[in-house]
Design a protein around this ligand. Structure first.
Ligand code: ATR
Length: 276
């Protein structure tokens, strides 16, 4: 019998997850299909119960349900607990287990750029939403010594640092403070929604003080190269586009469901083709 998978979110119409997961199932000869499920906030509990009742084998969870699903699952993996959010549900014989592959997916996506000295990089995260929280805790679990967070609402940055796993030193900054200190960072990570299609022109802060050679990453993947990344590239920085994080978080979800890591390059090509 064909197994069912899907993504629950709102909105979910533009998600590219069905494209890459269905392609991976096909390539690996797994009889399964992956669908979009538009779920309103008021229906999240019913949707999770539906996964169990219908025997759906696995799901991704996207905006705005990543935090809300947690309380309806039977178990959560330490990665999801640390992040306070779930992006992957595995149905193991009727028990629903929550994971978070966003942070680990981000780490995998930057490794080809950072090499083995990731731990020693001085990092700045811009933004303090759910994505920033996931990346901060993944960096901390990776053993990163220093990571600051800059956000329009500085209290949210301070809270992420305070609640993160021990061992990483960090300071909460305003965006203006971060601009002034930019030359002190080796890796700058843009996690706000500024620059996302269709409002592609903005950027969260000025890169005037950035050092050339600095690694600058943006987790937005549509457009593939944001205004922030274009600016960084003009200033001689090494840029890391967000498509890698998207593909790796998907690949790690796929592995939780099937035990197999799919072909990352093939997934990336599919997303690139769709984005034009
Ligand atoms: P996600 O879960 O995808 O990270 P989010 O929780 O809505 O999304 O977080 C969005 C982030 O983008 C926040 O850090 C937000 O700043 P605030 O915490 O001050 O709201 C940031 N952001 C969004 N629009 C912004 C803008 N116009 N200027 C500065 N920061 C902005």
């Amino acid at each position: 019998m064909e197994e069912l998978y899907g993504i629950i979110g709102c909105p979910v119409g533009h998600s590219m997850s069905p494209d890459i997961h269905n392609q991976a199932f096909k390539a690996l000869g797994i009889k399964a299909s992956y669908h979009r499920f538009h779920v309103e906030k008021s229906s999240i509990k019913a949707a999770v119960e539906g996964i169990r009742a219908l025997g759906i084998k696995g799901a991704n969870v996207t905006i705005p349900h990543k935090e809300a699903v947690l309380e309806f699952l039977d178990e959560t993996d330490p990665s999801a607990r640390a992040m306070g959010a779930v992006n992957t549900i595995v149905n193991r014989d009727g028990r629903l287990i929550g994971y978070n592959t966003d942070g680990p997916g981000y780490i995998e996506s930057i490794k080809p750029f950072t090499g083995s000295n990731l731990k020693d990089l001085k990092c700045l995260i811009i933004g303090a939403g759910g994505a920033a929280r996931g990346i901060y805790s993944a960096l901390a679990l990776e053993g990163i010594k220093e990571a600051d967070i800059a956000n329009r609402t500085i209290e949210k940055a301070a809270l992420i640092i305070k609640e993160s796993p021990a061992g990483t030193k960090g300071t909460a900054l305003t965006l203006t403070e971060a601009e002034a200190r930019l030359s002190g960072y080796d890796l700058i990570i843009q996690t706000t929604s500024i620059g996302m299609s269709p409002n592609v022109n903005g950027q969260p802060l000025s890169l005037e003080k950035v050092r050339s050679g600095t690694l600058v990453s943006d987790i937005i993947y549509n457009p593939m190269k944001t205004a922030f990344l274009k600016d960084a590239e003009h200033r001689g920085c090494r840029i890391i586009p967000g498509i890698g994080m998207f593909v790796y978080q998907a690949a790690l979800s796929f592995r939780h469901w099937t035990g197999v890591l799919p072909d990352i390059r093939m997934m990336e090509e599919t997303v690139k083709k769709k984005l034009g």
